[in-house]
Design a protein around this ligand. Sequence first.
Ligand code: NAI
Length: 283
Amino acid sequence: MHQTLNFKSMDGLLKGKRGIIFGALDEKSMAWHIAEKVVEHGAKITLSNTAMAIRFGKVKELGQKLNAEVIPADATNIDDLEQVFTKSMDVLGGKIDFVLHSIGMSLNIRKKRPYTDVNYDFYMKTLDISAISFHKIIQTAYKLDAMNEWGSIVAITYIAAQRTFDRYNDMADAKALLESIARSWGYYYGKKRKVRINTVSQSPTPTTAGQGIDGFDVFYQYADKLSPLGNADADDLANYVVTLFSDLTRKVTMQNLYHDGGFSSMGMSDELMQEISNKLNKD
Ligand code: NAI
């Protein structure tokens, strides 16, 4: 039978829900904005990041502000991930309703190895950290039976999974894998526990990972000029992800959802047309 959903207030969309947020480094991080927003909407959460990020970033500060335990974990390490789920269920007082994967890193990008000359050890690390970690997080939850029914798992991705962007390098391949993992696990976890799994494809956003991409400012400006609504920022993303963690989207699963001001459907905008024709007239 279809259950009627009754929301008294939009503010309490996540009231009573327990969540784990991976990937908040500092106040620019997407995960930082999402953590703040889910707590604002009534959720209780734990935060996780690498020991190094906890030491050098500001996640402890966020933990204090949101009254959230910070649990160190390398998201490529299964033992660490088991700790995160076990400890989170313990401190939050029950099974988990939502998980955010907001993790990405490429040593090829960091060390300026172009796509035509990647170091394959770095490449494997990119895939492990930026994509396979999503599989590992979900498999850990699945084996521990750590998610409540109708739970929601979201990872943040980029349109370079579908289209080629010069300089996005091996992260493009990682994002394609990440999105495929969401579809595959969405099937298995949906069948087992009605857990939904989606990726959200976000506009270029000025964060530590984002600004690490060579030519980030050009990516940003190009997308902003092409998108009828302009780029989506981290706060817009946080609002969208709240809906995906809420009971309002219980039948949305195995999707790659564009959150990009319309960028993904555009070919040419008047603004870009003007700029290029001005340049042509000058030459
Ligand atoms: P960020 O640098 O704030 O976040 C990346 C996080 O990954 C950091 O907290 C870092 O400590 C964590 N991380 C790295 N290696 C890890 C590991 N082994 N285990 C656990 N955590 C690890 O940057 P941002 O932009 O908030 O990145 C979040 C996600 O959003 C990434 O998946 C990124 O690819 C994606 N994204 C970013 C866009 C942008 O323009 N900034 C656009 C579209 C997607």
